[in-house]
Design a protein around this ligand. Structure first.
Ligand code: NAD
Length: 371
């Protein structure tokens, strides 16, 4: 087991990464318990049917009793009706201020349960047990919690740091290939935004990592270290944390354009968005021309979507995509903010992207001609 410490003073916590952490959950979580040895677990139907009993046994081995709520799987669960159901259930279970709530699942369950924990009795502690690659490398770390509104994604929420994160890399084996690769979109983002060496390591090793525990450990640990470092520098996104949004302005427009549906998973949109961000950076003369092609070649070798034409169905034109970008949270004072790169591994935030070059980047991508 490897441990990454998130050094946030009074809100500091450990992220444990290992191959069999569900079975060790009781021993790892019991030091956090202050009162009765009981936890409330919320999961989704897919994860629950595959991993809830292993967690129940792991907790029982450490003397902890568990009650559980299983919600439907999918993005639609991150909504007021399921949030209400979750908070009412936690109250029915008599969860008190000193108790621990556990989120067992992907980013949907982590965000929803984290938000419920943030507001229940004005804040109870919670443990993230992320089970998707995306949740292990990104959403379970950093304390952003929330649900979606009819007006957009993640618009209702709170910052609420977990008390511990248990990333069991063994459970990633039951993910579908598509969900695994969607999570990989966020992994590759870390290399692009701040660690060229990691990107180069991924080029050589990532294709084999799906079944290889040592490579999987490296992928999750390095990603989590980078996220933790940035979160410690800027917990509530007043500066550097915005770098984590590399590819996301494009991604959110594409997710909106595809109705947040199965046509495009978030991590798939992040990967395509990173390509567009590198392409835009190259067109602005900020980064070498070869960098976008190098990223594209790597994503293609991984078997990922790389072109806008890989997204099934029609997409809006460049102007409509730009209009969707303007509705994003990353607009400040009416100006679109982009994370751009000076090369792979060197990202920065810019509010200075000429509209014409942005339109040209998108129009070419929609026509299937890059750079
Ligand atoms: P998800 O939670 O919907 O999980 C994807 C699918 O995989 C689901 O069907 C789920 O049931 C299934 N699944 C999860 N673990 C599994 C396992 N081990 N075996 C088999 N199936 C498994 O989605 P996600 O991709 O994990 O997360 C996406 C969500 O995360 C979005 O709502 C996004 O907004 C959010 N997010 C939040 C942050 C943050 O900082 N809070 C960051 C990035 C993304």
């Amino acid at each position: 087991m490897k441990t990454v410490h998130v050094d946030l003073g009074a809100r500091a916590y450990d992220i444990h990464i290992g191959a069999d952490l569900l079975t060790r959950a009781g021993d790892l979580i019991s030091p956090l318990l202050q009162g009765r040895p009981r936890v409330a677990v919320v999961t989704d139907e897919n994860v629950g049917s595959l991993h809830l009993e292993t967690l129940r046994q792991g907790l029982a081995d450490g003397g902890i009793e568990m009650v559980a709520l299983t919600l439907p799987a999918g993005e639609a669960t991150k909504s007021w009706p399921h949030f209400t159901r979750c908070t009412e259930w936690l109250l029915e279970q008599n969860v008190e201020r000193h108790d621990i709530v556990i989120a067992l699942g992907g980013g949907v369950i982590g965000d929803l349960v984290g938000f419920a924990a943030a507001v229940l009795r004005r804040g109870v502690r919670f443990v993230q047990i992320p089970t998707s690659l995306l949740a292990q490398v990104d959403s379970s770390v950093g304390g952003k919690t929330g649900i979606n509104s009819a007006l957009g994604k993640n618009l209702i929420g709170a910052f609420h740091q977990p008390s511990m994160v248990l990333a069991d890399i063994g459970v990633l084996s039951t993910l579908t290939q598509r969900d695994y690769l969607a999570g990989y979109g966020e992994v590759v983002k870390y290399g692009l935004l701040g660690d060229r060496g990691f990107f180069e390591w991924l080029e050589k090793n990532a294709a084999a990592a799906n079944g290889d525990m040592e490579a999987r450990m490296m992928i999750v640990k390095r990603s989590v270290e980078m996220k933790a470092e940035i979160v410690v520098r800027d917990e509530t996104e007043k500066g550097d944390r915005a770098l984590l949004n590399l590819g996301h302005t494009f991604c959110h427009a594409l997710e909106a354009a595809t109705g947040y549906s199965d046509r495009l998973l978030h991590g798939e949109g992040v990967a395509i968005g990173c390509e567009l961000a590198l392409d835009l950076s190259a067109r602005l003369g900020l980064c070498p021309q070869e960098e976008p092609s190098r990223l594209r070649a790597h994503l293609r070798a991984m078997g990922m979507k790389t072109e806008l034409s890989d997204i099934p169905g029609d997409l809006p034109d460049a102007d409509d995509l730009i209009a969707l970008m303007a509705q994003d949270k990353k607009v400040k004072g009416g100006k679109l903010h982009f994370v751009l790169v000076r090369g792979i591994g060197e990202a920065f935030v810019s509010a200075d992207v000429p509209a014409g070059i942005l339109r040209e980047t998108l129009s070419d991508a929609l026509r299937g001609s890059t750079g």
